[in-house]
Design a protein around this ligand. Structure first.
Ligand SMILES: [Zn+2]
Length: 447
C-alpha cells in the first residue's frame, strides 16, 4: 500500500521562516501559561527580571532564564514529592515516571497527564513513521516496562500508527529471542547495547538473527551509541536490518530527535514541537552549525511540567536540514547525541570523552565487550585501561589488535597512553538498559 512519506506532511516540510514564526508564537504562549500556572517558573522568571511580554522575536528566547537539573532537584527536595514545577494539581496525573539516573545521579520524579500522553506518542509517531514503520509492521519491544519511561511512548505510537505491538516485558533474553523468531516480527525496539546482547545470545543459541528472523528494522534509543557509525554497521550486519537512532529524555517524556529512512548520518529535530538551542557549554553563547555545543531544550508539548530552556548537558552538533535528502525542513544533529559534557575526563592534561573512545573501540569487529577503566597509579598518575573481550573464534587477532587499538586511541588523544588489556570471555558485565562501560576508580575530590 502507498503511504505518504511524512507523518505530518505540512509541518515536516514547512519553510523555515514559517517554522520559526510558529515557534515564536508557541514560545510566547508557553511562557505566558507557565508564568500563570507554575510556581517554579513564576519564581525563576521574577528572579531573572523576565516577563513573557518581553518576547518580541524568536531571538528573545535568550532573555528567558535557564532551567537546570539542580533547580529541579532543589524544588523536589524542598517540596516533596514533586516540587513546585507542576502546572496543575497532581490529582490530574495519569502516570508516574523516573529518570534513569545514570552516572550515579538521583533520579527525578515526573508526572504526566492525559494530554501529555497524547503528545508523547505523537512525537514518537513522527520518528517511527519517518524511519519507515507502517501498519503492516509488527514491533517487538525488548523493554522492561518499568518506571523508566524508555519505550513506553513508542509502544503507544505503534498502536496509533496501526502496527502490531508485541510487548517483550520481563522475560529472559532467550525467551525474547524465541518470540522474535517465532512471531516473525519485522521490527525490534531496543537500546543499542541490548540489541548487541540479543544478537550475542542468539548466536550462543545457534540462531542467526539476520537469516532466521524477519526483522528488517531496529529502532534504537536510550544511549548515544545508536549514532556511532561502527556500532550501527555492526548491528545492521548482525540483524540483517536497517537501524534507526532516536533520542529522548524522561524530563520531556518523549523523543525530540529521530533518524529518517534516508540515513543522512544525523537525527532530525522535531522543530514544530521543540526549540533546540545549541550553546557553548561554558559561556552559554549560541554556537553555529557544525560546532559542538550543549543542547538546551524548550518543549511545547509537556502539559504537566512546563520545560523551558532546560540545560541537558548533552553534547551535539547541529547541521542544516539540507544535509538530508528526505525533504524535511527540520535541522539535524549530525551523529545524534554525542555524549555528555559531564562525562569528560581530564587525564594527564588531556580531555578524554568516553563516547569518542567508544567510537574508536567499536571500529574493531573482533571486540565483543569492553570497559573503559580510569584508575590512579601510586596515588599520583592517572591511567586508562581499555579492558576488552575478544569474540570467540577471533582470538588470533588479539596481538595485532592490542597494538593497533592503543595506537589509534593515542593518535586521537594527543599521544596519551591507553593500556589495552585482554579479559576472559564473559568476564565483563553485560547490560540490558543503559550500559555502564565507564568505570572511574580514581579517588574522588582530589583537587
Ligand atoms: Zn531526513
Amino acid at each position: 500500500m502507498a503511504y505518504p512519506d511524512f507523518w505530518n506532511p505540512k509541518h515536516e516540510t514547512l519553510p523555515r521562516e514559517e517554522l520559526q514564526q510558529l515557534q515564536f508564537l508557541k514560545l510566547r504562549r508557553l511562557c505566558e501559561w507557565a508564568y500563570a500556572t507554575t510556581p517554579f517558573h513564576k519564581r525563576k522568571f521574577d528572579e531573572a527580571g523576565f516577563h513573557p511580554e518581553q518576547l518580541k522575536t524568536l531571538d528573545d528566547i535568550r532573555r528567558i532564564p535557564f532551567m537546570t537539573r539542580e533547580d529541579w532537584m532543589a524544588s523536589l527536595q524542598e517540596k516533596p514529592l514533586f516540587g513546585d514545577t507542576l502546572a496543575t494539581d497532581p490529582v490530574n496525573a495519569i502516570r508516574y515516571h523516573l529518570t534513569s539516573g545514570t552516572s550515579g545521579r538521583t533520579p527525578i520524579r515526573v508526572l504526566d497527564g492525559t494530554k501529555d500522553w497524547d503528545w508523547i506518542s505523537e512525537m514518537w509517531c513522527y520518528g517511527l513513521w519517518g524511519f519507515g514503520i507502517r501498519p503492516e509492521d509488527s514491533v517487538y519491544f525488548a523493554f522492561g516496562y518499568g518506571s523508566f519511561i524508555g519505550f513506553w511512548g513508542a509502544h503507544y505510537a505503534c498502536e496509533k500508527i496501526g502496527a502490531l505491538v508485541v510487548p517483550g516485558g520481563a522475560q529472559t533474553t532467550e525467551a525474547r529471542i524465541k518470540q522474535i523468531v517465532e512471531l516473525g516480527v519485522t521490527t525490534v525496539a531496543s537500546t543499542p547495547t541490548y540489541a548487541l546482547h540479543l544478537w550475542q545470545k542468539a548466536r550462543e543459541m545457534g540462531i542467526d538473527l539476520a537469516t532466521q528472523s524477519k526483522v528488517n528494522k531496529v529502532i534504537l534509543s536510550g544511549e548515544p551509541a545508536g549514532s556511532i557509525p561502527a556500532v550501527k554497521r555492526q548491528l545492521e550486519e548482525a540483524w540483517g536490518a536497517q537501524c534507526g537512532d532516536t533520542a529522548g529524555m524522561t524530563e520531556i517524556g518523549t523523543i525530540m530527535i529521530f533518524e529518517c529512512s534516508h540515513h543522512s548520518g544525523g537525527t532530525h529535530i522535531i522543530e514544530d514541537h521543540f526549540i533546540e538551542e545549541v550553546l557553548d557549554a561554558t559561556t552559554s553563547e549560541p554556537v553555529g552549525y557544525e560546532e559542538l555545543g550543549e543542547r538546551v531544550v524548550t518543549s511545547f508539548g509537556r502539559g504537566f511540567i512546563p520545560l523551558i530552556r532546560y540545560r541537558t548537558r548533552d553534547m551535539v552538533m547541529k547541521v542544516p536540514a539540507s544535509t538530508c535528502s528526505c525533504g524535511r525542513t527540520w535541522d539535524l544533529y549530525s551523529g545524534g547525541i554525542r555524549g555528555r559534557w559531564d562525562d569528560m575526563k581530564l587525564i594527564r592534561g588531556t580531555n578524554v570523552y568516553p563516547s569518542a573512545v567508544e567510537a574508536i573501540i567499536r571500529e574493531y569487529a573482533a571486540i565483543d565487550e569492553f570497559q573503559i577503566y580510569f584508575w590512579r597509579k601510586d596515588n599520583i598518575q592517572d591511567e586508562i585501561d581499555i579492558k576488552l573481550e575478544i569474540k570467540p573464534g577471533l582470538e588470533n587477532s588479539w596481538s595485532d589488535l592490542q597494538i593497533k587499538l592503543a595506537k589509534d586511541l593515542a593518535q586521537a588523544h594527543e599521544g596519551l597512553r591507553f593500556n589495552v588489556v585482554r579479559m576472559d570471555h564473559g568476564s565483563l558485565p553485560r547490560f540490558e538498559l543503559k550500559a555502564r562501560r565507564l568505570v572511574d576508580a580514581r579517588p574522588i575530590a582530589q583537587y
